[in-house]
Design a protein around this ligand. Structure first.
Ligand code: NAI
Length: 697
């Protein structure tokens, strides 16, 4: 049973016991219900305390059960709460650490609530595209007032118990405790043992004059912020019901909204990502208890675009950093940019001046490799050139202490080759950050053929410490993300040749939800980067067909925002992309040279050609074992490439379309003589799953 039962004199204590966060899965619910029955049947018991064992009161429903018969099997959360309310002996929730979602709803079903100071209180359902579904939207406004409750429900953000307890007129907590919350709750239960009638949250009135005006204001604000997601506005509808309807009718409204949201693609996508994020940190052959190497001080080589951002991640996490460059002026320039970045945060009020000083105080600089001797991990971020990498890694091999981890931030070079420059390839790993490295969530952790398991485990843990989403990638050209983006870019090029404009393609993709279409993205990242890569890649693989438009653009020196012109024109100092006559002429001339008559390409075709290009390559990457699972590919695209959350990532999007339909579309694209038939040959994994009606997940 996932709940413990004990008696302390005349008080029964039921403790949820389902580590790590006492999720309210079926077995836990049964445990609570049985504990309650036992307490009610025992004449010696006068009152009941409900609490959580270990590190949480309760983190809420078990979302793995969603959609399965287990989630509604009796006792479901609603009937459990009803049983607590109906208890003929007073019930006291002893809340501590974390009370979220269903956990908080359970506490709201008790007659009294005693909370430890510092407990995190939240109804976070909106983050998985839902509203609270076990009375949260009806009971929380009754104890905290409409505005506080709505803020919590719409944002899903946790609030500390003692802050909530300070709210004038609040009825959420009867007591805030600094010491042992269960001891206090037991004493409190004893105190209330004979008090009748017992208070119920459902019987409280929600009083809110001017409710309509307030909800209208809330709808305007929330509607503007939650474009692609239906749940936030629905939170308002549900809370509004609590002010207008009788409790039981409000509960019906909540239930209807909850059930309707459960089947939306948006909620499914968010739930998929919630699980995907947790799955990404698991590595099949590396046990969770693998001993980690100690990382107290790290080194960064190269103070360029990436080196500075990478260093900031560690400084932010309180880790000592030493930066190495070839020349003092490069070092000064790099450090200057880092300081400016921090100063900008101070100006915006996002960082305190003393924090800036503290962080910069953790940083030292050097021109000598000797100064790296006491570091536990080094991240190389020098020029993307195998010769330079060779020289750096040979030197590192000589100077770094035994057991130090040697990481490379290379985005395209062969990590195994880099490892071979050392006599300790087991200590070499890829840490592929994304630009700007201090902002972007994604960290591709590249596992070389010889990378030791403890090195991998250590870097995954370190990545978490610096608040990155880590996804493991095997060694392949471009790793997971950039190998896929190459296919996306190739399709984008074909679309231009066939008749689309950069604006049309970008608009279609942005409407689909991408943070930026491919051409605006190219202008931001620098079109020369891809140019350089294509020169290397397509010289090695001359039979690969790709559109030369991007090369022609670079030949004009139009590298993007940094040169004031790219696929678009830019006014100096501004980032607004303006359609360019030069580019239109260039594309039209190229089309004429190829003898192509432009056609109008529908937006849906644009979206599907670009997204399915990602999907097909993603399927190969999963099949080859480069990515551990399809959901890892989704995490890469959500956290590193601005893929829309409400689509759940490219692989999840393909699943929602149905893999059979994806393959059918690919067949249509292959029949287009201007496209590349070979390009659209379904990846083996896709070809296997589609006819069986299966999905990537
Ligand atoms: P960058 O050109 O801005 O910076 C490179 C820095 O390394 C320069 O400051 C240079 O002085 C220094 N450097 C060169 N050789 C050195 C040596 N032997 N010893 C010490 N310092 C040396 O280049 P960026 O963009 O920062 O790229 C660095 C690495 O990060 C490359 O491997 C690149 O592929 C990778 N990367 C770049 C991304 C980007 O968006 N720029 C994204 C992800 C990875």
């Amino acid at each position: 049973m996932s709940a413990k039962y004990e008696t302390r004199g005349d008080v029964a204590v039921i403790s949820l016991d389902n580590p790590p966060v006492n999720g309210l899965g079926y077995v836990t619910r049964v445990g609570i219900a049985e504990g309650l029955d036992k307490a009610l049947a025992d004449p010696a018991v006068k009152a009941i305390v409900v609490t959580g064992a270990g590190k949480a009161f309760s983190g809420g429903a078990d979302i793995r059960e969603f959609g399965s018969p287990k989630s509604t099997a009796e006792p479901n959360l609603l009937s459990l709460i009803a049983a607590l309310e109906a208890s003929t002996k007073p019930t006291v929730a002893a809340v501590h650490s974390v009370a979220m979602g269903g956990g908080l709803e359970l506490a709201l079903g008790c007659h009294y609530r005693v909370a430890a100071a510092g407990a995190q209180i939240a109804l976070p359902e909106v983050k998985i595209g839902l509203i609270p579904g076990a009375g949260g939207t009806q009971r929380l406004p009754r104890v905290l007032g409409v505005e506080t409750a709505l803020n919590m429900i719409v944002s899903g953000e946790p609030v500390k118990s003692e802050l909530l307890a300070k709210q004038p007129g609040q009825k959420l907590f009867d007591k805030i405790v600094e010491g042992d919350v269960v001891d206090t709750a037991v004493a409190y239960a004893r105190e209330k043992a004979d008090v009748r009638p017992m208070p119920l949250v459902r019987n409280l009135k929600v009083e809110y004059p001017n409710a309509d005006a307030y909800f209208q204001f809330a709808r305007n604000t929330v509607g503007a912020m939650s474009r692609n997601f239906p749940a936030p506005l629905k939170c308002i509808d549900a809370v509004a019901a609590s002010t207008k309807l009788k409790f039981d009718d409000g509960m019906k409204v909540e239930r209807e909204i909850f059930m309707a949201l459960m089947v939306t693609p948006e909620s499914k996508a968010l739930r998929h990502l919630f699980m995907a994020e947790r799955a990404a940190s698991k590595i099949a052959d590396v046990p969770a208890d693998t001993p980690l190497r100690n990382i107290n001080k790290i080194a960064v080589i190269g103070a360029g675009t990436m080196g500075g951002g990478i260093a900031m991640n560690f400084l932010n996490a309180g880790i000592l950093v030493v930066m190495l460059e070839m020349k003092q002026d490069a070092l000064d320039k790099g450090i200057g940019i880092m300081r400016k970045n921090y100063e900008a945060q101070v100006k915006k009020g996002k960082l305190k001046q003393d924090k800036l000083d503290e962080r910069m105080g953790l940083l030292s600089t050097t021109l000598k490799y000797d100064d790296l001797k006491d570091t536990d991990l080094v991240i190389e971020a020098v020029f993307e050139d195998m010769g330079v990498k060779e020289q750096v890694f040979k030197t590192l091999d000589e100077v770094m202490k035994p057991g130090a981890i040697l990481a490379s931030n290379t985005s395209t070079l062969d990590l195994d080759k880099i490892a071979s420059f050392t006599k300790r390839p087991e200590d070499v790993i890829g840490m592929h950050f994304f630009s700007p490295a201090n902002v972007m969530k994604l960290l591709e952790v590249v596992r070389g053929k010889k990378t030791a398991k403890d090195v991998l485990a250590t870097v995954m843990a370190l990545g978490k410490k610096i608040k990155k989403t880590c996804v493991v990638s095997g060694v392949t050209d471009g790793f997971i993300g950039n190998r896929m983006i190459e296919q996306y870019s190739r399709q984008a090029g074909f679309l231009l040749e066939e008749g689309a404009t950069p604006e049309q393609v970008d608009k279609a993709m942005e409407k689909f939800g991408m943070a930026m279409g491919p051409f605006r993205m190219g202008d931001l990242a620098g079109n020369d980067v891809g140019w350089y890569i294509r020169k290397r890649r397509y010289v090695e693989k001359p039979d690969i067909r790709y559109s030369k438009t991007a090369d022609l653009l670079c030949e004009l020196g139009r590298f993007g925002q940094k040169t004031g012109a790219g696929w678009y024109d830019y006014v100096p100092g501004k980032r607004d992309a303006m359609p360019s006559k030069v580019v239109t002429d260039m594309i039209e001339k190229h089309r004429a040279d190829l003898g192509i008559t432009a056609r109008k390409i529908p937006d849906e075709e644009i979206v599907h050609r670009l997204v399915y290009a990602l999907v097909n390559e993603g399927a190969k990457i999963v099949d080859e074992g480069i990515a551990q699972r399809a959901s890892d590919v989704d995490m890469v695209y959500i956290t590193g490439y601005g893929f829309p959350m409400h689509r759940g990532g490219p692989m999840n999007y393909a699943d929602t379309q149905g893999l059979f339909n994806v393959v059918q579309a690919m067949k249509r694209f292959a029949a287009n003589p201007l496209d590349d038939a070979g390009f659209w040959k379904p990846a083996p994994l896709l070809a296997r799953l589609a006819p069986e009606g299966k999905s990537f997940s």
